[in-house]
Design a protein around this ligand. Structure first.
Ligand SMILES: Cc1cc2nc3c(=O)[nH]c(=O)nc-3n(C[C@H](O)[C@H](O)[C@H](O)COP(=O)(O)OP(=O)(O)OC[C@H]3O[C@@H](n4cnc5c(N)ncnc54)[C@H](O)[C@@H]3O)c2cc1C
Length: 340
């Protein structure tokens, strides 16, 4: 299985009992169960933050169908899942996308990301709808400032204190960040290619009553700087006139794209975009399991719901535990009878 290994990648010698690919709700719950079963755990997430679709696609929406939560904001559910999922201190790798999985021998896999190589006895694929990545501006002379003034994901808003910030986009993320940063940054400019905004009406009204400089219909044309971003050239789409703005940070909020095409290269049986698993969450490769949105259990109804992923994660991890150590039972015992 897998394709040829990339021998130029840095090697991490530790051998994990279980590697979880994807840090969405399913992967986070799998991480909790793996810890509860005393498994040496590795969690790899392509994005710089955990939470999957909840973090990147609908952080401020309420969810009503998670058991035990009559109503919970997606981002608050993620906070709790992270607290629960990381309590046994798994190794967490953020911002690395798994590109290849190679079976090296009985109960030993090599996992390659775009930045490194890891070893594990078992793997649970919780890749959801695929690796989430931000939609890019696609202008090479702007992209070169990534990490030096160009930010596709905001992880710490205080990083922008007293800086001149330009945000690009017309959706909720763009408008929310503009409003959020207006009292932290020295100046906030929001540019959008259209006069209409997709963001919630109330937020747009707030925007036009705020200190944020709103420029429509404008697009980013180029960027200038030295070791860091200093200026951004924007163009008015009505007049084609260009303007240079002095900017320390450019934050495009253009949505996200998802990609799960890499899975097909790992020799795993797929059905359409889904990874085929049986009732034990096993794939066609012994030692590799699937759970959550990515998985399709043959013969069952596929429901892409958080609660389904939780149950599948619990099954996958407990079956993996028994696979590594056949003397251990599938049943993990009741967590209520443990002291953590
Ligand atoms: C707008 C919206 C509203 C929703 N509302 C609800 C609701 O009310 N109730 C409900 O139950 N469900 C809801 N859902 C569905 C729910 O969000 C999903 O069922 C859930 O997120 C699936 O979790 P997951 O962990 O399986 O996958 P995801 O949340 O997709 O997480 C998968 C993670 O894996 C990572 N990943 C993928 N490939 C790789 C790779 N190669 N290497 C490293 N990392 C990788 C991704 O970056 C991602 O972070 C909603 C979905 C959307 C879009």
């Amino acid at each position: 299985m897998g394709y040829k290994a990339d021998t130029s990648l840095p090697v991490n010698d530790a051998i994990y009992d279980i590697a979880i690919i994807g840090g969405g709700p399913t992967g986070l719950f799998a991480s909790f169960y793996a810890g509860m079963r005393n498994m040496k755990t590795l969690l790899i997430e392509a994005m710089p933050e955990l939470g999957g679709q909840l973090t990147f696609l609908y952080p401020d929406k309420f969810i009503y169908d998670v058991p035990g939560h009559p109503k919970v904001l997606a981002k608050h559910l993620v906070e709790n899942l992270v607290a629960q999922g990381l309590q046994f201190r798994p190794t967490v790798i953020l911002g690395e996308r798994v590109s290849n999985v190679v079976k090296l021998g009985e109960k030993l896999f090599m996992i390659e990301t775009d930045k490194g190589r890891y070893y594990s006895k078992t793997i649970v694929i919780c890749a959801g709808i695929g690796a989430i990545s931000p939609r890019r501006l696609g202008i090479p002379e702007v992209e070169r400032f990534e990490g030096k003034g160009l930010y596709y994901v905001v992880t710490n808003k205080w990083e922008f204190k007293d800086r001149r910030v330009m945000i690009v986009g017309g959706g909720d993320t763009a408008v929310d960040w503009a409003l959020n940063l207006q009292n932290i940054a020295k100046k906030v400019t929001l540019i959008h290619r259209r006069g209409q905004f997709r963001a919630h009406e109330a937020s747009v009204i707030e925007l036009f009553h705020s200190n944020v400089e709103v420029m429509v219909p404008y697009v980013v044309k180029s960027a200038q700087g030295d070791s860091a971003l200093r200026k951004v050239t924007v163009m008015n789409l009505d007049t084609n006139e260009e303007e240079i703005k002095e900017v320390d940070a450019l934050i495009p909020c253009l949505g996200f794209i998802v990609d799960n095409t890499v899975l097909k290269k790992w020799g795993l049986e797929m059905e359409g975009q889904s990874l085929l698993v049986n009732g034990r969450m096993e794939t066609n490769v012994a030692g590799i399991y699937g759970a959550g949105d990515i998985a399709h259990e043959s013969g069952s109804v596929k429901l892409n719901l958080i609660c389904v992923g939780f149950a599948q994660a619990a099954i996958a991890v407990n079956v993996a535990k028994n696979y590594i150590d056949p003397s251990s039972s599938y049943f993990p015992g009741h967590s209520s009878e443990r002291r953590f």
